[in-house]
Design a protein around this ligand. Structure first.
Ligand code: GUN
Length: 280
């Protein structure tokens, strides 16, 4: 069994990005990211802090617009419109979830697709589905980079994605399909989840349910990617019962230290991509 070490790979990528921002600075270009953070969800605040820190280390200018949960949809749209026009801003990220009274679709659709470093705008979603270049959501993009780094070719593999969110599962499915895997996608209404997971050469799980995937549900020598984030007894754990599943696997991601750090590295990478394509 080999651990897929996202922490080390993300550090390598962040060093490369740092070099890139230095090169761009010599050409008079400072890469900029704007983050909009609404409300006081503690997990969202923690994620945004991590993104801010990573930007700082990589030499990317970042600005965080913190707004109270009572903010109106109009006010958020106005801030996005300003960021769309701001030449110092290459990427715009609205941290999700948003409060209930705010229409998430309307907010995402207001972001200039050329600055949509989260890859959530329907323009970029459509490009991904069509197999065209665009911005790809950071978590599934990070999974693909991790697989590539470990020279795991997904072509022809039976892949099973558990979780069908717009942020993780659906873009993951499309990336795998674009790389010619055969993809099964499971969700809350899937009957007999194990019958799908047991067939998978590559099992990717991101639903946020600790211990969902047990050893009986995993094929021998499978590659297992755990995107789950669960806080249990003060510890961060994934969706896979790591202790019992890992001995059966050829490769597996740890939690923490697997997919999580890759997500942040891909946000920086998407921001650099936005800066380069805008300044061409
Ligand atoms: N909330 C949970 N994951 C994400 C993410 O990748 N991007 C944004 N904007 N919000 C999130």
């Amino acid at each position: 069994m080999t651990l897929l070490d996202g922490k080390t790979l993300s550090q390598l990528i962040q060093k490369e990005i740092q070099k890139e921002t230095e090169r761009l600075k010599k050409d008079g270009v400072t890469v900029g990211l704007a983050v909009i953070l609404v409300g006081d969800d503690s997990a969202s605040h923690l994620y945004v802090k991590m993104k801010e820190k990573a930007c700082e280390n990589a030499g990317i200018y970042s600005v965080v617009h913190k707004m109270p949960s009572s903010i109106s949809e109009e006010n958020i749209l106005e801030t996005i419109a300003l960021m769309n026009k701001n030449h110092n801003i290459d990427g715009i990220l609205v941290q999700l979830p948003l409060p209930r009274h705010v229409n998430q679709t309307k907010i995402i659709e207001a972001i200039d697709p050329a600055k949509d470093v989260d890859g959530f705008h329907p323009f970029n979603v459509g490009r991904l589905v069509s197999g065209l270049d665009g911005f790809v959501p950071c978590t599934p993009l990070g999974v693909m980079r991790l697989l590539e780094y470990y020279k795991i070719d997904v072509k022809g593999l039976n892949a099973c994605v558990v979780g069908a969110s717009n942020i993780v599962g659906k873009p993951m499915m499309n990336l795998l399909l674009n790389s010619f895997a055969t993809v099964d996608i499971c969700h809350i209404h899937t009957k007999d989840l194990a019958s799908h997971t047991k067939k998978a050469d590559l099992l990717i799980v991101g639903v946020g349910k600790a211990g969902l995937i047990t050893k009986e549900m995993v094929k021998d020598d499978a590659i297992v990617i755990d995107i789950g984030v669960n806080h249990v007894d003060g510890k961060l754990i994934g969706d896979v019962d790591f202790g019992n599943v890992s001995p059966k696997c050829s490769f597996i991601t740890p939690v923490p230290g697997g997919v999580g750090p890759m997500t942040i590295a891909m946000l920086l990478s998407n921001t650099i991509k936005a800066a380069k394509s805008r300044k061409q």
